[in-house]
Design a binder for this molecule. Structure first.
Ligand SMILES: O=C(CO)COP(=O)(O)O
Length: 251
């Protein structure tokens, strides 16, 4: 049985005041959903604050990215070792906004994934196709290639200590959610592809859905057999919406 994981990706949003209000507002809903793991991914600048605010609560947290180096002359980067020191449990890697806006290749994503695990963090490997690829029926090939790039470098066994997030690029921030049927089909394909390498690892790995998940559509998406949780952008910034999604995962 895979534990539901509801993770907020705050992206480039927040103030000290909004972070405090959000974390404090999520404490009770996270505690009430005992079978669900709740996590948030703030900008790194808020990590110290989030570490303090979440102390003693059920809320876990992670970063939105990590550098593939642990230390050195890499101006502007954040080392996975530093993220671990600040209490991160997770680090997103390969988010489509990183792949597109920061030209992160599959090779860079794989190297970051390895560095994240080496630092003792759990990578949340984000994969997904663009609208063009979706319309050309290339979804399966795209997610397979994105997974294979990591499997080749890190090995299939590494997925025993990783999370996969399927985020169709055309659904991110667009209000266009994949239907539960489309999402379930892709999630099942991801699991079957991983099972081709190692069935036991594939059965255990949590595969999250991301892309315009919200308070209204979460229950139906989360009810699908191979959808083990959500990676939520916009709707994770409001206590009420995110709490509704957490409660939906608890059912
Ligand atoms: O990119 C996402 C989460 O990582 C999804 O963002 P939205 O929920 O805002 O579509």
């Amino acid at each position: 049985m895979r534990q539901p994981l509801i993770m907020g990706n705050w992206k480039l949003n927040g103030t000290k005041a909004s972070v405090e209000a959000l974390i404090n507002g999520l404490k009770a809903p996270a505690a009430a959903a005992a079978n669900v793991e709740v996590a948030v991914c703030p900008s790194v600048i808020f990590l110290g604050q989030v570490e303090q605010l979440t102390a003693g609560s059920a809320i876990k947290f992670g970063s939105q990215d990590a550098d593939l180096h642990t230390a050195g002359a890499f101006t502007g980067e954040n080392s996975p070792v530093m993220l671990k020191e600040f209490g991160c449990k997770y680090a997103l890697v390969g988010h489509s906004e990183r792949r597109t806006l920061h030209a992160e290749t599959d090779a860079v994503v794989a190297a970051k994934y390895v560095a994240i695990q080496a630092a003792g963090l759990i990578p949340v490997l984000c994969i997904g196709e663009t609208l063009e690829q979706f319309e050309a029926n290339e979804t399966n090939a795209v997610v397979e290639a994105q997974l294979k790039a990591v499997i080749d470098v890190a090995g299939i066994e590494s997925f025993a200590n990783a999370v996969v997030a399927y985020e169709p690029v055309w659904a991110i921030g667009t209000g266009k959610t994949a239907t539960p049927e489309i999402a379930q089909t892709v999630h099942a394909h991801i699991r079957a592809y991983l099972a081709g390498f190692n069935a036991a690892v594939a059965a255990k790995v949590q595969v999250l859905y991301g892309g315009s998940m919200n308070a209204a559509n979460a229950a139906e998406l989360l009810a699908q057999t191979d959808i083990d949780g959500g990676l939520i952008g916009g709707a994770s910034l409001k206590v009420e919406d995110f709490s509704t999604i957490i409660a939906a995962a608890a059912k």
